[in-house]
Design a protein around this ligand. Structure first.
Ligand code: MN3
Length: 206
C-alpha cells in the first residue's frame, strides 16, 4: 500500500511563504486523493507491491488503458507530492552545499542561473504541471518541466527527480492568485537543500 509521507512540520510553519490552509488542503485533500486513487488502481492492475519508482518508469506493463492512465495520473500525483513535501521545510531557503552545489556550479552555471532557469520553466509551463531538477545515476543534472502529474521517471531516460516545484493552481492560488511567479519565488525560500542533497546522493547511489 502506497502511503503519504508524514510531514515533519506543521501546516503553518511555512508561513508566510506558503500559507497554512494551502498546505493543509494540498496534503489532506489533493495528495490524499491521489494516494487513495493510486492504491485502488494499482490493486486492480496487480502492481500494488512494486516500488513506485519502478512502476512509474514502466507504465507500459499495465495493459489496461484506463488503469494505466489512472496509475499515471494518480501514481504521479502520489510520488510527486511525496517529493514536494519532503524538499520543503521551515528551515529552508539559502543554497545547497557540498557536492550538489559544486555540480550545480559546473553543470548548470551556478545557483543563480539554475534558479532562474527552473523558475522560468515553472512559470512557463502551460496549465498544470511541475518543474524539476533531476539527476541520473552518474550525477548528471537536468532541468525540465512536465504537464499534469507526469514526471521525469516516466520518460524512461534514467533521470530521477530530486526537487520538484508544483505549479498547479492548487499549490498557490489561495495566497498568490494568478501570480505563479511570486509563488515560485517564495517556494525557493522554503526549499530544504539538505533534503535535496540527500535525494541527489540516493539518485547517484541508489
Ligand atoms: Mn499539488
Amino acid at each position: 500500500m502506497f502511503q503519504q509521507i508524514q510531514l515533519p512540520y506543521a501546516y503553518n510553519e511555512l508561513e508566510p511563504h506558503i500559507d497554512a490552509l494551502t498546505m493543509e488542503t494540498h496534503y489532506t485533500k489533493h495528495h490524499a486523493a491521489y494516494t487513495r486513487n493510486l492504491n485502488e488502481a494499482a490493486e486492480k492492475a496487480g502492481v500494488q507491491d512494486q516500488p513506485i519508482e519502478a512502476l512509474l518508469s514502466s507504465l507500459d506493463q499495465v495493459k489496461d488503458e484506463a488503469l494505466r492512465k489512472a496509475i499515471r495520473n494518480n501514481g504521479g500525483g502520489f510520488y510527486n507530492h511525496n517529493l514536494y513535501f519532503g524538499v520543503i521545510g521551515p528551515k529552508g531557503g539559502g543554497k545547497p552545499e557540498g557536492r550538489l552545489a559544486r555540480e550545480i556550479d559546473s553543470q548548470l552555471g551556478g545557483f543563480e542561473a539554475m534558479k532562474a532557469e527552473l523558475s522560468r520553466l515553472g512559470a512557463g509551463q502551460f496549465g498544470s504541471g511541475w518543474a524539476w531538477l533531476s539527476s541520473d545515476r552518474e550525477g548528471k543534472l537536468v532541468l525540465s518541466a512536465t504537464p499534469n502529474q507526469d514526471n521525469p521517471l516516466m520518460e524512461g531516460k534514467g533521470f530521477v527527480p530530486i526537487l520538484g516545484i508544483d505549479v498547479w493552481e492548487h499549490a498557490y492560488y489561495l495566497k498568490y492568485r494568478n501570480l505563479r511567479a511570486d509563488y515560485i519565488k517564495a517556494f525557493f525560500e522554503v526549499i530544504d537543500w539538505q533534503a535535496v542533497s540527500a535525494n541527489y546522493e540516493s539518485a547517484i547511489g541508489g
